[in-house]
Design a protein around this ligand. Structure first.
Ligand code: GLC
Length: 560
């Protein structure tokens, strides 16, 4: 249960955030004041998905903020973020203007893949807190008008899950082993590679059977043909829905079912195969859709809840199957996330994503915990800011990754600090994903910059000291202020309607689109020279315009 001290902490955070914001924008324009006005209004309105008015479901247009819990805010000084930390920063998230948070896994876990190796899907790891902390977070989030989506990991468990421990102690051919993929033989049963690198098969003991793990050896794949595996997922979904979560993100939603008979991978095996066009016997098998129908069946019994899948499937027609009416509500299409900063490519990605999504709302994201921060990927803060405006102008929902709103770059960590299994298992071929998981700088000085009073689990560089949330809240032209203004406009301005995109002609290296049926135009300049803006009143730009009103390189603008 939450103590009084914690209540104070949560409330005082909101209080100081609001005050700070008011003083920041007091000297700004009228529009900025109205931003704050409606944030306050929003704070007062209790949101309950169970009593929502008719209209598009909340998730269709939501801006969702991914909290990588380990790296967000640490309440107890152990250097690792936790649920009480998230609770203490809800005021910040409300001020930012997001509709929901997606929490990375907080279940009991040995932490081989930082929580994506789950040993009990219906509890909270002491590292992150308790089930009471989770309930408290849910209740507080609701008071702040923020919904909560959790991460569900059905493809695999931890090797410390009671099922796998029982399987290891049991004999080959036993019912305990049937919940996973165990095979005998002198050599691995097939040539499959793990996504992180190295073979996808490990022996439980020198003379014993092999088990399948498409990720780290500590993440054995479940056998989805097994009834108990399915029943257990239903139980997990009901457990969290009963507690009141608003949605689930399905990890590796393209995994689960494996090709019948586990045949050899006939393509060039390797960890990159996940994104190749040719059929992959490890992923996107037809049998997976039965599981998604099961998930939908459970969620349909809880009004207002949703499921969003991590669906990494190149073929758009096959991708679309995951969001059929009786399957997942939404799916990530990673086109834009993998797209270079080049107008033609971006335009093509947008068209492809919209076409694939069809009648379901599109999901836009340029950042998550598996990819370099946009600043690093695009090569500059200016470009990342411009892409934020492009993403947030598109119809559908948008998913932000914590730190994106601060314009954090990836950190080039020393080898001794690296923790991601993708680094170790690829024999260092891949640097891994730690660089985008360095904790958030909130305020003050290192080593913890307000993230922790101890030593952060990944070292935070001095450069993060110039990017703290506290400083950026005070600065009207900071990246945080840009995101706040963008989210406010997206929510309140009448031009942000319409589900279709219409393209305008644009100079080479530029793009301009309109939300059909509205006046909103988004223009982006990826070329090396300034270009004239389309007609309209400028609502927001990612960088100052040229003196003559032209749109500079690496800049986007919203007009209405
Ligand atoms: C997903 C997660 C990633 C994790 C993997 C295995 O791709 O986003 O972080 O390593 O699944 O669970």
């Amino acid at each position: 249960m939450r103590g009084d001290g914690e209540t104070e902490l949560a409330e005082s955070t909101v209080g100081s955030g609001t005050e700070r914001a008011e003083s920041t924008v007091g000297s700004e324009t009228e529009r900025a004041e109205s931003t704050i006005g409606s944030v306050t209004e929003f704070a007062g309105s209790h949101v309950d998905s169970r009593t929502e008015p008719a209209g598009p479901e909340w998730w269709a247009r939501a801006v969702v903020y991914q909290v990588y819990v380990r790296s967000f805010a640490d309440s107890d000084g152990d250097g690792v973020g936790d649920l009480a930390g998230v609770r203490s920063r809800l005021g910040y998230l409300e001020l930012l203007g997001v509709d929901a948070v997606w929490l990375s896994p907080v279940y009991p876990s040995p932490g081989v893949d930082h929580g994506y190796d789950v040993s009990d899907p219906r509890d909270v790891d002491p590292l992150f807190g308790t089930l009471d902390d989770f309930d408290g977070l849910l209740a507080d989030a609701r008071r702040h008008g923020i919904r909560v989506i959790i991460d569900v990991v059905p493809n695999h468990t931890s090797d410390q899950h009671e099922w796998f421990r029982a399987a290891v102690s049991a004999a080959p051919g036993s019912p305990e082993r049937a919940r996973y993929h165990f095979r005998g033989g002198a050599a691995p049963p097939n040539n499959w590679q793990s996504v992180f690198g190295g073979p996808a098969w490990t022996r439980v003991a020198p003379d014993d059977e092999w088990y399948l793990h498409l990720f780290a050896p500590g993440q054995p794949d479940l056998n989805w043909a097994h009834a108990e595996v399915r029943e257990d997922l239903e139980k997990t979904l009901r457990f969290w829905c009963d507690r009141g979560v608003d949605g689930v993100r399905i990890d590796v939603a393209h995994g689960l079912a494996k090709a019948e008979g586990l045949p050899d991978d006939r393509r060039q095996p390797g960890w990159t195969v996940l994104t190749e066009d040719a059929p992959d016997p490890r992923f996107d098998q037809d049998g997976v859709h039965e599981v998604h129908r099961l998930i939908r069946g459970v969620l349909d019994r809880y009004p207002g809840r949703m499921a969003i899948g991590e669906v990494i499937v190149r073929d758009d027609a096959r991708w679309a199957a995951y969001v059929r009416p009786d399957e997942l509500h939404l799916a990530f299409h990673f086109g834009l996330l993998n797209c270079a900063f080049a107008a033609d490519e971006i335009r093509e990605c947008i068209d492809r994503t919209l076409a694939a999504a069809g009648d379901t709302p599109a999901v836009w994201t340029i950042a998550n915990h598996d990819n370099p921060h946009p600043v690093t990927r695009y090569g500059s803060l200016e470009r990342a800011r411009a892409m934020a405006l492009v993403t947030l102008a598109l119809p559908g929902s948008a998913y932000l990754y914590n730190g994106e709103e601060l314009g954090l770059p990836d950190v080039d960590l020393p080898d001794s600090a690296l923790q991601d299994p993708a680094w170790r298992l690829s024999d260092g071929v891949r640097r891994g994903r730690d660089g985008c998981r360095v904790p958030l700088p909130w305020e003050g000085e290192g080593p913890g910059y307000g993230f922790t009073t101890g030593e952060p689990w990944l070292p935070m560089p001095e450069s993060y000291g110039e990017l703290t949330a506290a400083d950026q809240l005070e600065d009207p032209v900071s990246t945080l202020s840009l995101y706040r203004q963008a989210l406010e406009l997206r929510k309140e301005h009448p031009a942000f309607r319409g589900d279709e995109v219409e393209w305008f002609g644009a100079p080479e290296g530029c793009l301009a689109f309109r939300r059909v049926g509205t006046t909103l135009v988004c223009a982006l300049n990826t070329s090396e020279r300034p270009v004239p803006l389309p007609p309209g009143d400028v609502l927001l730009t990612s960088a100052p315009l040229e003196a003559n009103g032209d749109l500079p390189p690496n800049t986007a603008a919203w007009l209405a």
